[in-house]
Design a protein around this ligand. Sequence first.
Ligand code: MN
Ligand code: MN
Length: 501
Amino acid sequence: MPKLERSAYYDLTRDMNWRFKYVRAEEVFPQEMVHNPEVPYEEWWKWDEPYKVTYREYVYNQSEKDHGVYSVKAAIARSKLFDALDNGWKAALTAHYGAIALPEYLASIGESRMARFGLGASWRNMATYGCLDETRHGQIQVYFPYGLLDKHPQFDWAHKAFHTNEWGAIAARSMFDRMFTANDALSTAIQLTFTFETGFTNLQFLGMAADAMDVGDVEFGALISSIQTDESRHAQIGEPTLRILLKNGKKKEAQRLVETMWWRAWHIFALLTGLSMDYYTPLEHRSMSFKEFMEEWVLRQFLDMFRDLGMDPPWYWDIMRDEMNWYQHGLHLGVWFWRPTVWWNPDGGVSEAEREWLEEKYPGWNDTFGRYWDVITENIRNGQTEKTLPQTLPLVCNMCHIPIVTLSDPKQKHNAPYVSEYNGRRYLFCSEPCKWIFDVEPEKYAGYLSIVDRFLAGHIQPPTLENVLAYMGLTPDIWGRDADNYAWAFQKKVDQAAVGN
Ligand code: MN
Ligand code: MN
């Protein structure tokens, strides 16, 4: 076994670029797979990752990580830990597994594409580790919920969700296909690793890990912390790629790649992490509101990074900051109302104490959202739960594929739906940035049917709500019910007037 210092062989092993003699570089790296915006081939040889690791170190670290997490799982397998968890937390858990487990596995396709078509050898080397990482994340996040199948059949959706036409799965699939399953190597580096991983995975993986430890879900906390250590390593593929683009005068292209993906990632995380942090996590264990976490872990960090790189924040930065006050609340109301259309049991999360917290974190919440919950609470107290269930489908955005949420307050600038015409068809969008992303490259999105498009095109026959649920793969043992069987609607704080008076 050679005992060389790492520095003595590292560059030699990870940076094997060479000039081709028998073919042209463009034949080895076809544009369809690479999308190199005319940066000279050898410029990419300067690609340099901030985090160095050798294969030997990688294998050792990963095996230690797996050993740690699987030991935690084994140690608590026979305990009553899961049964003691709060029902709202279980909703966050079930939503997470369905939305994340398979996309992790699919991300290994994007990493493999970079491992073959990345333009510098050191980039391809890092992406090889990334591919192994994502394979591990896919496997471990299917295996852990498998252990919970005897607790609830919804955990089967860790494996199943992505194979269905459930609306959230359609939304996630549409974004992830664009981001990595069907993306070229350069765009994957910017859109998956820089935009999505550096920008947003901290939210779900660090934020939720902190909350998990706090609620006592040691297994989930250990699992996602272990994943995040890999993410923060392979996410570093983005920055050196961006630096080379910027150095070669391709700032406009770099901005376009970031901006067309940042917004979609924001919407998906508002749906997944927004609901978990602001409604599902038990009140006494919430470390921060979703908005606070966004400010602290996403926006501030990213503004610094944009500035450092010489890039500009996306043009819609102010629109996003405005949405952070209300978007996730609108989604929560919608998801709870349409609860039979999701694979988890949404927690209303609006007991009196929780409403106080919401009003404190989001001043004006009571006037804007509380009044809808007043009506819902009243109906539940009167035993009329059928009035709190849907009869029809909501409008869905043709970009993010999330139901269109709008505020009824006329003082708001927000004015959905936004409309585009393309090839004789109308497309509806929830927001100005979603419309803009479509308008930049309509040919990439025009053929993707939303759940409502499918309904109108006759894919769901006869067009009843029952058949919509069947089309989504949802059966009565799976579809969402209120997490606490409406207990929150009856929880009153002493000394306080009843809700809705
Ligand atoms: Mn991953
Ligand atoms: Mn990743």
